[in-house]
Design a protein around this ligand. Structure first.
Ligand code: M6R
Length: 623
């Protein structure tokens, strides 16, 4: 799980461009960084362990010479963060002639390494990536073997390109990788299998990256690479070929409508805070979805014998909330499943009558894609909800909807969660219309409420932010929190707990409030902080009882409730208010917002960087 970026330019020195491109990819991993460029037939390299700013301060990443180069920001999978394990990785020729950057995991690297060592290659790092550099070197210098395609490469495939094609055919696992060589210093070769890779096309040159924001300030013209494809980038041209048969693929660039500003911090201290504040806007964007796409998706849902929703982390919490929406609004039973468990739970039972709704912000989460693949092999129908057009999920889905949240850089999912829920609630109401299960008046009311949500979220942020900051100061040193709710609010509670744990490193507990008395309540001592999510609705009365049980044991009750809900406010020690008028079935979209802010403030109070929680990466592209 790393970020790769590189470019070949007509006139510019590329090192500063690579440095800033990698900065925009730092959310993908940040334990080491490196760049390699070529100038006058020589490879120049800088790399080290540490975040990009730290490494740049130490060795100035910008002063590498050359108009071609590749870079990498790492999240370690094989080999600890260190200078030698940082990418780029090289073969064994001295001075080095081949450099490789890679995101993914080469599963058969140990066996390839043994083979290469038997052929005299000497390895320096503990990374799986280094085998790729040695393989390319090996195939470049090796005499033709009878079982190799050396003499059958189509016209136009150079010696370096042929060596890369052959090397890739030996790899098992996932990769988005790029390589440069002093033997053919006029090109970057990059390829994709499972890990994301996108090309940027501009007048100034050609770019590749793990994600679009890396080159957005340089160009909006992008080509999303697909699995099993290789691209050769030159200063004024590019070629894409299929790995399997080397056939040239012609694909027009797409013009992206994301502005570079959308991917920058806009004056906020952290991306996460900016993204929390962007929610009114991103929610408004979800209301612009074309009915025809929602309709198509609901047609599939309507006909399904069983609907299984698969996702990870925050996207899973969106699925959990959506399962209540589908049940209560459209009378459809759905099963939310954590994607990494899908295969164990459903690989035998999923079948041609199953419909899988995969939800993934990035569209690249390995566990979610693996679940989708398992389901596909069982002939299930795949539907997708994602934020990234061109992502793998959009390609493997029969029908997909794009949630329109714009780039989310903070590792913690915030605006993408509320957008996913807005889209899912629209799907539920569309489906209800189709199924005729609830009255037109009820549907009209729900649609009206969904339209009011952006405004409600805006009001929540404006009116509650400073109060939540005070709460975070008050509870800064607490060692554990409970997050409790009933019904759909269980999803809100789970999401609030995930935010607090991943950002402020406070191990916390979330479960349905009714479960307290079956065990967890034994943890309660005077002053123990317990959040209750209290939207008005069917669950409220019983929830009041649960609050009283906690209060009787002198817990510190923090209620997230409707504005002016005096009954709850009287019971609570602290409270945060959300605008009136949201039906319980839509409540996670507004009630989660103060809890996102709380987690953010707890992290900053404790001196942690919420954009870069330890051990995490934005897009989890390994299983
Ligand atoms: O891109 P996805 O929605 O598939 O990502 C799923 C999870 O990795 C993600 O939600 C993760 O849990 C976040 N760190 C939550 O803030």
């Amino acid at each position: 799980m790393c970020g790769i970026f590189g470019c070949i330019c007509k006139a510019d020195n590329v090192a500063p461009l690579i440095h800033t491109g990698l900065k925009r990819l730092e959310y993908r991993g940040y334990d080491s960084v490196g760049e390699a460029t070529i100038e006058d037939g020589k490879l120049f390299v800088k790399k080290d362990a540490g975040k990009i700013d730290e490494v740049h301060l130490k060795c100035n990443l910008d002063d590498l010479p050359g108009r071609i180069g590749i870079g990498h920001t790492r999240w370690a999978t094989h080999g600890a963060p260190s200078s030698v394990n940082a990418h780029p990785q090289f073969g064994c020729s001295s001075p080095p002639r081949f450099a490789v950057v890679h995101n993914g995991i080469i599963e058969n690297f140990a066996e390839l390494k043994r083979e290469l060592e038997d052929n005299g290659h000497v390895f320096k790092s503990k990374t799986d990536t280094e085998v790729v550099a040695h393989l390319i070197e090996e195939y470049f210098i090796r005499k033709p073997q009878p079982d190799e395609r050396r003499n059958t490469e189509p016209a136009g495939v150079s010696k370096f390109e042929a060596a890369v094609f052959k090397s890739l055919s030996r790899l098992e696992g996932s990769y988005a990788l790029a390589t440069i060589s002093t033997h053919e210093p006029d090109k970057i070769i990059c390829a994709r299998n499972e890990s994301p890779l996108v090309l940027g096309i501009s007048e100034k040159g050609r770019f590749f990256a793990s994600d679009v924001p890396a080159f957005l300030p340089l160009t909006k013209s992008a080509i999303f690479m697909r699995n099993g494809e290789l691209a050769v980038l030159k200063r004024t041209s590019f070629t894409i070929r299929r790995l399997s048969d080397r056939r040239i693929i012609s694909r027009e660039p797409k013009l992206l409508d994301w502005t570079p500003e959308m991917a920058e911090k806009k004056g906020y201290p952290h991306f996460m805070l900016k993204e929390i504040h962007e929610q009114p806007e991103s929610l408004r964007n979800t209301l612009r979805l074309q009915d025809k796409y929602l309709n198509l998706l609901t047609t599939f849902l309507d006909r399904a014998h069983e609907v299984i929703m698969v996702a990870c982390g925050t996207s899973y919490h969106a699925c959990l909330a959506a399962s209540y929406m589908f049940s209560k609004i459209s009378y459809l039973a759905t099963h939310p499943v954590i994607a990494s468990e899908f295969s164990e739970q459903h690989s035998k039972s999923a079948n041609i009558d199953s419909t899988i709704l995969a939800v993934s912000q990035s569209g690249e989460t390995a566990d979610t894609l693996a679940a989708v693949e398992t389901a596909r092999q069982r002939a299930a129908t795949i539907l997708g909800l994602t934020n990234v057009v061109g992502s793998t999920l959009t390609r493997v889905s029969r029908v997909y909807v794009v949630q329109q949240s714009g780039p989310e850089i903070g590792v913690a999912a915030t605006k993408t969660f509320t957008s996913q829920l807005s889209v899912l609630s629209q799907l539920a109401t569309q489906l209800a219309k189709k199924r005729g299960k609830i009255s037109t008046e009820e549907i009209d009311l729900l649609e009206e409420k969904i339209k009011l949500i952006p405004e409600m979220v805006e009001q929540t942020i404006t009116s509650q932010e400073s109060k939540i900051s005070s709460l975070a100061r008050k509870f800064r040193d607490e060692k554990c929190f409970f997050f409790l709710g009933r019904g759909i609010s269980v999803a809100t509670a789970l999401e609030a707990r995930l935010k607090l744990m991943e950002l402020a490193y406070v191990p916390s507990i979330a479960f349905p409030a009714g479960e307290s008395k079956h065990g967890p309540i034994s943890l309660i001592q005077p002053g123990f902080p317990v959040f209750f999510i209290c939207p008005p609705g069917e669950t409220r009365k019983t929830l009041m009882g649960n609050i009283s049980e906690m209060k009787a044991r002198e817990a510190n009750i923090i209620a997230v409730c409707e504005e002016g809900d005096e009954e709850i406010i009287q019971l609570a020690d602290d409270y945060v208010e959300v605008p009136r008028g949201i039906p319980e079935v839509l409540s996670p979209i507004t009630y989660v917002v103060p809890l996102q802010i709380f987690a953010y403030r707890m992290a900053t109070e404790k001196g942690y960087n919420p954009d870069m929680p330890r051990n995490l990466a934005k897009s989890v592209t390994v299983r």
